[in-house]
Design a protein around this ligand. Structure first.
Ligand code: 5GP
Ligand code: MN
Ligand code: MN
Length: 331
């Protein structure tokens, strides 16, 4: 990682500089938490003209609307057209940035903070660590190198990012270094019980009923992935409309599907438009789902990945089934 260049790019900003923070479409806890936590750090450094934005539907999931720094967010068409510095969080490729790739191209300088092994090295100065459990690990390191002390507001975003990308410290990525960082963040006085309740355990009743309906139609295919098993379900825009729910409530659905004991691979197919579907894939270890996702035009991590599928649900699931055996990991 090019820390020296990144530190110089931030330290060299004139007082009048406009800084734009961006992250991937349909932002998750890591994208928003890293971006807003880092943004508050820049505020402490005296950056005055600071905005944050993301492409696509502008709704922030209810579970993240309370994050400190949320006031930095502006709709993408109101974001500085030619910022002096763009800092990009948690995006593996330009395709995850929609129309905001213009801002990268039109900026004075760009920093890319990420942790995807599939990162395409787009943009300017790269701070990409595929061994980091979350982009917030990279963000915390850059704040330290910039001499910004953690406070409770900065730590909240970084903690939400670290917690969500490690599945509440349950995934394999939960190393001693992850717990050490969590310790530094908790030492600022943030309250993990309250944060967890807000991000994991709060859902409208309509979403509870929607999940029930969508889980009832889940299918288990024990023979898929050379006998390691596939479980999948889907949700349409009509399902959302019937329960009066926004699309983002479906982000948590994969966690209710992937617990299926008989399947290594879990999949949720979420309708975006008539014949377009956002697909989430998870693996317990037998299958490299990022290989499946990359083969189908997406990306991600070995055990959590996604892509955009086209056609009918059955066609999308058939395309996944066809890639599964080829993505088996040795051992
Ligand atoms: P999720 O299923 O939570 O939306 O995404 C899981 C992981 O897969 C994320 O880390 C994200 O980077 C990646 N991912 C999800 N959807 C896409 C996609 O359409 N394209 C790419 N390149 N990566 C995706
Ligand atoms: Mn993300
Ligand atoms: Mn991430």
């Amino acid at each position: 990682a090019d820390w020296a260049a990144a530190v110089a790019a931030v330290r060299g900003l004139p007082a009048t500089a406009r800084v734009l923070l961006i992250c991937h479409v349909n932002p998750d806890g890591d994208a928003l938490g890293s971006m807003l936590g880092f943004g508050l750090g820049l505020r402490r450094l005296g950056v005055r003209q600071l905005q944050a934005t993301f492409p696509g539907p502008p709704e922030v999931p209810e579970s993240f609307r309370w994050l400190p720094g949320i006031e930095l967010l502006v709709p993408q068409d109101e974001a500085y057209p030619d910022p002096d510095l763009v800092i990009c969080f948690d995006a593996a490729s330009e395709s995850r940035l929609g129309d905001l790739v213009d801002r990268l191209a039109g900026s004075g300088a760009a920093l890319v903070l990420d942790h995807h092994a599939s990162n395409t090295r787009f943009g300017g100065i790269h701070l990409v660590d595929p061994h980091a459990a979350a982009t917030s690990v990279v963000a915390e390191e850059l704040l330290r190198r910039l001499g910004v002390a953690l406070d409770a507001e900065i730590a909240t975003g970084l903690y939400v990012a670290l917690s969500t990308d490690t599945g509440s410290f349950r995934f394999e990525a939960t190393t001693p270094a992850v717990h050490a960082m969590a310790g530094r963040l908790l030492a600022t006085g943030i309250r993990p019980g309250e944060i967890s309740r807000r991000i994991y355990d709060t859902r409208p009743f309509g979403a509870v009923r929607l999940f029930g309906e969508v889980l009832l139609r889940a299918r288990l295919e024990p023979a898929a992935a050379a006998g390691h098993g596939l479980v999948w379900t889907y949700a349409t825009r009509d399902d959302l409309a019937r329960h009066d729910q926004p699309a983002y409530v479906l982000e948590a659905l994969i966690d209710s599907v992937r617990c299926t004991a008989e399947a290594d691979v879990a999949c949720v197919v979420k309708q975006v438009s008539d014949r377009e579907w956002a697909v989430s894939l998870r693996s317990k270890g037998a299958v490299d789902v990022s290989a499946v996702a990359v083969a189908l035009g997406g990306g991600g991590h070995r055990f959590a990945a996604g892509f955009t599928g086209r056609g009918t649900v059955d066609e999308v699931v058939a395309s996944i089934r066809a890639e599964l055996s080829g993505a088996l990991l040795a051992g």
